[in-house]
Design a protein around this ligand. Structure first.
Ligand SMILES: [Zn+2]
Ligand SMILES: [Zn+2]
Length: 281
């Protein structure tokens, strides 16, 4: 009899645990990942409202598919059609009016319809450093510092200001070719730099060699990321879809680093559009 009771208790306990898990696990739709100065914010749509997700405890089960993040122009409206998206995080119907061509985000087009919108704003060409590795990039001038923080740069300098996105892209290409510095950053290399002390002297040397060749703004260091560096090892880059579980180590740029039998990196910038099952406390 004792044996039977024990089995019943065990089964009841398992059921209870499963039920707790269900209650504590909720599914949310990630709509944005942004930085407010050096504070990262992951916003999710949860049960009819936009909330900031607490990233203190990592228990995320992330979907493969991305769904349009909706429209933010007049309050927040989720995508009425819940359209699948790929290259861009919004569908055409939800994209802001100021960006008539979504393609301009990556490669500015002829921009006839962009007048007064997204492309017709001051843009900046910049030099960024990830440890001592240089990179050339372009962004809206008003977002310069934010853009560099989003990328997790260690330092940057303004190289040129232009009145139009397309001109800025052309200038970026020209400067990149002239200096022989790439416009692409490598995620793997970014992760590697996390396990080493940031080479400030190397950054200053790289900056001086650019300054000797073209007009260059001040060198500005970015060192207030919520992470304690260097890490004890290079984190492993995990594919975004699937389960991420562990203890939060810190965040720099797009990478959230967590500990679970070793260090792992989740690309937070790849989350918007995905659904996530989040385990509660
Ligand atoms: Zn949409
Ligand atoms: Zn345009």
């Amino acid at each position: 009899m004792d044996g039977v009771l024990e089995t019943v208790f065990k089964q009841a306990n398992t059921l209870l645990k499963d039920r707790e898990k269900l209650i504590n696990e909720k599914e949310v739709h990630v709509v944005s990942y942004r930085w407010d100065s050096f504070t990262p914010e992951l916003r999710v749509f949860d049960d009819g409202e936009l909330i900031e997700l607490d990233m203190g405890k990592i228990g995320f089960n992330v979907s493969q598919e991305k769904i349009c993040i909706g429209n933010f122009e007049d309050g927040y409206t989720p995508c009425p059609k819940q359209r699948s998206v790929n290259t861009f995080s919004q569908c055409r119907g939800c994209a802001p009016e100021s960006i008539p061509h979504l393609e301009c985000i990556f490669e500015p087009k002829d921009c006839e319809r962009c007048e007064g919108g997204f492309c017709e704003e001051e843009h900046a060409v910049y030099l960024a450093f990830h440890s001592y590795h240089p990179k050339i990039g372009m962004t809206k001038k008003s977002r310069l510092k934010t853009r560099l923080i989003e990328q997790g740069a260690d330092a940057y300098s303004l190289l040129a200001t232009l009145l139009h996105r397309k001109e800025a892209r052309q200038e970026e290409n020209r400067i990149s070719e002239f200096l022989g510095i790439s416009q692409r950053g490598s995620k793997k290399r970014k992760l590697k730099t996390l396990s080493k002390k940031i080479d400030k002297e190397g950054i200053r040397t790289g900056y001086r060699s650019v300054k000797n060749r073209i007009p260059t703004g001040k060198l500005i260091f970015l060192n207030d990321y919520p992470i304690s560096l260097p890490l004890r090892a290079v984190p492993r880059y995990r594919p975004t879809p699937g389960l991420h579980r562990g203890k939060m180590v810190g965040i720099k740029g797009e990478f959230l680093i967590y500990e679970n039998n070793g260090l792992h990196a989740l690309n937070l910038a790849d989350l918007p559009g995905r659904r996530m099952k989040v385990s509660g406390p």
